[in-house]
Design a protein around this ligand. Structure first.
Ligand SMILES: *[C@@H]1O[C@H](CO)[C@@H](O)[C@H](O)[C@H]1NC(C)=O
Ligand SMILES: *[C@@H]1O[C@H](CO)[C@@H](O)[C@H](O)[C@H]1NC(C)=O
Ligand SMILES: *[C@@H]1O[C@H](CO)[C@@H](O)[C@H](O)[C@H]1NC(C)=O
Ligand SMILES: *[C@@H]1O[C@H](CO)[C@@H](O)[C@H](O)[C@H]1NC(C)=O
Ligand SMILES: [Zn+2]
Length: 456
């Protein structure tokens, strides 16, 4: 905030005090809390979950078209995030799906890019997971999981000089040991977070405080491939107790202006503390995470941050628990620093059932034609890329890049899985077809010639 604006605000506040009979109007919310030892720390983690295609295609979600299908526009999220983060240096946000972030990034001015680089280097905006999409873990080939993660991570490294520290597979329908070992420990992640595990397993772990574990995904490599894995107690949304703050959400906002009706600070603080104590009851150590967000939220980011500023301010004044803006990295560091021994988990979290008679196993085989197409293209891409390496990348634009991009999107947990709408399935197939044509086209004579001579 500039000194002129600050002075104006102070002036306005002073005037309001005079006019309003001693009631201050401007409240400087104190959101600066960090971890406090000896208190229950509530890590408030603002996030959005943006499917790279589901009810709408990836591009429809990005630009916000076809909102009659689903009111979702990722461009709104990223556009509104920047001013919201600039407003208070303690606010934090994580961004996950690089297919969306890259669409947005290439449209930004140098000024916005510099601003965002500053937000990233100061830790206020953190890339988590960092693949092009949040890949499925059951119906994908492990090579494709690696490739799509590499594409996203390479971009983050080139643009921001960073490598994501945390795996964030919050929506895929069950979890594989390959994820823990290969896409967790081997990628160099410090932790992996998710929530979709069998409901009976969750209930048991809830009772024994075993939702947070050390996951040993590889029998061969044993403890050298261990990773810390955190399973959310309920889902990846805000805790029970009405803490949803999208513009059209119905949770009660924190009304803290005594000049207006319906002042409710005590009540909202009590709701927050109750949710925190309930979650602390099923969690080891005095650190818990509130995942503040869900699918395609933060389209007007300020509407969430305004409420979280107030909650952090008033909850910490109350003092029963300590609330802080946080990220999964900060949370993971706090967990490690407690030296708590964690229970060991081996093998998969498959199959996933969220209720009796609700087994998410149909998707192992649904949309078999798309599954076959993805697998065929994956093999073709691998071969073409190796030949491309020998020949050198074509400058005409006929490279393997667009096939690589199409394959990355197809690994999404609503793509190769088959859980997307028909028109979205068609969109993935169309992208694969365009990518294939670019590789096999006449302009790309060298690759296509070699592919033919090797009978690929
Ligand atoms: C803001 O909160 C932090 C920790 O919660 C505290 O240390 C600091 O003194 C507070 N600042 C003000 C101005 O109240
Ligand atoms: C999306 O909107 C466009 C035009 O706005 C329309 O042509 C198209 O049919 C819509 N797609 C779906 C799947 O509804
Ligand atoms: C976990 O335990 C808490 C507190 O004991 C309870 O409120 C919550 O409903 C449980 N969650 C599940 C998924 O069983
Ligand atoms: C914590 O768990 C105990 C035992 O299950 C239960 O009696 C108590 O009500 C729980 N407290 C909260 C705040 O959920
Ligand atoms: Zn999803």
């Amino acid at each position: 905030m500039g000194p002129v604006r600050l002075a104006l605000l102070l002036l306005a506040a002073a005037a309001a005090v005079l006019l309003g009979g001693g009631e201050a109007v401007y409240i400087p919310y104190n959101t600066s809390a960090g971890v406090v030892n000896g208190k229950l720390n509530v890590h408030v983690v603002p996030h959005t979950h943006d499917d790279v295609g589901w009810l709408k295609t990836v591009d429809q979600y990005y630009v916000g078209s076809n909102n009659s299908i689903q009111g979702a526009c990722v461009q709104n999220v990223l556009d509104s995030l920047v001013p919201a983060l600039l407003k208070d240096e303690n606010r934090k946000f994580i961004y996950v799906e690089q297919a969306f972030f890259q669409r947005w990034w290439r449209q930004q001015s140098d000024m916005i890019k510099d601003t965002v680089k500053g937000l990233v280097s100061s830790g206020r905006l953190e890339f988590i997971n960092g693949g092009m999409c949040m890949h499925d873990e059951a119906t994908v080939h492990y090579i494709d999981m690696i490739d799509q993660t590499t594409l996203g991570h390479r971009f983050i490294k080139e643009e921001f000089g960073q490598i994501p520290r945390i795996g964030w597979q919050i929506d895929p329908f069950g979890h594989s040991a390959v994820q823990a070992y290969l896409l967790g420990a081997e990628v160099g992640f410090d932790a992996l977070y998710f929530f979709r595990i069998d409901y009976q397993d969750r209930d048991t772990r809830n009772g024994t405080k075993e939702l947070e574990v050390v996951w040993r995904g590889s029998k061969t490599f044993g403890s050298s491939a261990d990773i810390f894995a955190g399973i959310f107690p309920k889902n990846y949304e805000p805790p029970p107790g009405e803490f949803y703050f999208e513009v059209d959400d119905t949770s009660p906002v924190v009304q803290d202006d005594p000049l207006l009706f319906d002042y409710n600070v005590e009540q909202r603080v009590n709701d927050f503390v109750a949710a925190a104590l309930a979650q602390a009851n099923v969690t080891r150590t005095n650190h818990i995470m509130f995942t503040m967000g869900t699918d395609f939220k933060y389209q007007y980011a300020e509407s969430w941050f305004r409420q979280m500023d107030k909650l952090i301010h008033y909850v910490n004044k109350d003092g029963r628990v300590n609330a802080l803006y946080s990220t999964p990295s900060i949370y993971t560091d706090a967990k490690f620093s407690t030296n708590e021994p964690w229970p060991l988990k081996t093998n998969d979290f498959f199959p996933y059932a969220d209720n009796p008679n609700a087994y998410w196993t149909g998707y192992f085989t649904s949309r078999p034609a798309l599954k076959r197409y993805v697998r065929m293209m994956s093999g073709y891409y691998l071969a073409a890329r190796q030949l491309e390496f020998f020949i050198g990348k074509s400058k005409s634009g006929s490279t393997t890049d667009s096939l690589g991009d199409a394959l990355a999107l197809a690994q999404h947990h609503d793509a190769v899985t088959g859980t997307e709408k028909q028109h979205v399935a068609n969109d993935y197939a169309k992208r694969l077809s365009i990518g294939y044509k670019k590789v096999s086209s006449r302009e790309n004579c060298c690759i296509s010639y070699l592919m033919i001579s090797f009978e690929i």
